[in-house]
Design a protein around this ligand. Sequence first.
Ligand SMILES: [Zn+2]
Length: 313
Amino acid sequence: MKFGIDIGHNCPPDTGARGIRVEDNLTLDVGNRVIEKLKALGHEVIPCKPSSANSVKDSLSQRVNKANANRVELYVSIHFNSFNAQANGTEVFVGSDASKKYAKPVLDEIIKLGFFNRGVKSGSHLFVLRNTNMPAILVEGCFVDSQKDMNLYNAEALANAIVKGLTGQLPTSPVNPVPDEEQNVDTTTLRLQKALNRLKITDKNGKPLVEDNMLGEITSSAVENFQKIVGIAPSGVANTATWNAINLILAKRIIRPNHAGGTVVRYLQYRVGVDNDGVYGPQTEAAIKKFQQQNGLTADGIVGPNSWQKLIG
Ligand SMILES: [Zn+2]
């Protein structure tokens, strides 16, 4: 059978949920194992995750286009949930009734691992299910913010369950075993350090961060600097609001003078050295134009792709 396997997120600004663990790390770990196991059983696999995208919409469109262009027989998107630390369990979304026969066995296999059965659900609101031309399912493996689920979580077992559900075949052990996500190192801090460096946010000594995946006082001081810049309560902890702000800036939306202000405008003001008031007024416009001029760009005050390239690469 020809499968389109879509490893959820992992394509900034398309990033996933965060809880006790990070959805991106889990979808990648489970997804790569599913791909290898399907191939080992003799199936054809088209990996659908793009390597880069300009926006979340672009990321999702590329996934759908890959599946449609390759005429896969079944599209499987792998995700993990996050809600309120209490909710837990597994659910599988389907784009149409025709997809239910694929969803049910996958769900049945996963709940054998001990997860609560949240059922097969209609996913007609989900972009990737709505726009793929073939039967399509989206697996929400479990909740990354549930301690119960994270205690049960095991990438190898989950991948085996998905493959068994999809094919009815018992997966064989991979010839080249997939390393266990580097002994479960959480790469959150490394991602944070990379993101802050890309945004040219410095630590309390005015220096870029060392990208060592070590969360300490220095990285916290850079987080705090960033929070002050974008107007978040400066806690030094990279909470959801902080990551949302980072992702919002990395999305590189076009910003025009008199633009409704907020996070991105405050960030731009920091970069061009004007007061952080979040309003794109005349003073900010003059500073942006000066920045554009200094960088050989058209000095129109509109922060578009070329200006963003100079600002954050
Ligand atoms: Zn997701």
